[in-house]
Design a protein around this ligand. Structure first.
Ligand SMILES: [Zn+2]
Length: 106
């Protein structure tokens, strides 16, 4: 898996074809969505609406590894998975990439 994952169109889901972000397969019984959102307050109210902002997801180093971190995505709000197995493998790949970014990781 190559990070950062990038938005493939105006659709903010990844992948846009509804297949699994990790194995590219499909589960006919449904799917799992890891979702990121940004909302903005509407004036001086308790109402919120989707914010028109650049959306990025990062895993950031605060002393665990020496070099920075991993930008997971750009312009993606919904990550689609066929199963919890693929969801887990996806996050394992994120952590693997994070560890490889640091020269002192173990
Ligand atoms: Zn899958």
């Amino acid at each position: 898996m190559k990070f950062p994952l990038e938005n493939e169109s105006d659709n903010e889901s990844f992948p846009v074809d509804g297949s699994c972000a990790f194995c590219k397969g499909q589960n006919p019984e449904g799917f799992i969505v890891f979702s990121f959102s940004a909302m903005e307050r509407l004036g001086n109210t308790n109402s919120f609406a989707p914010a028109d902002v650049k959306k990025s997801v990062y895993l950031i180093d605060h002393g665990v590894v020496e070099n920075g971190g991993v930008q997971i995505s750009e312009g993606i709000t919904d990550f689609i998975f066929c199963s919890t197995k693929c969801l887990r493998l996806f996050f394992n790949s994120v952590v693997d990439e994070f560890e490889q970014a640091g020269s002192t990781s173990t």
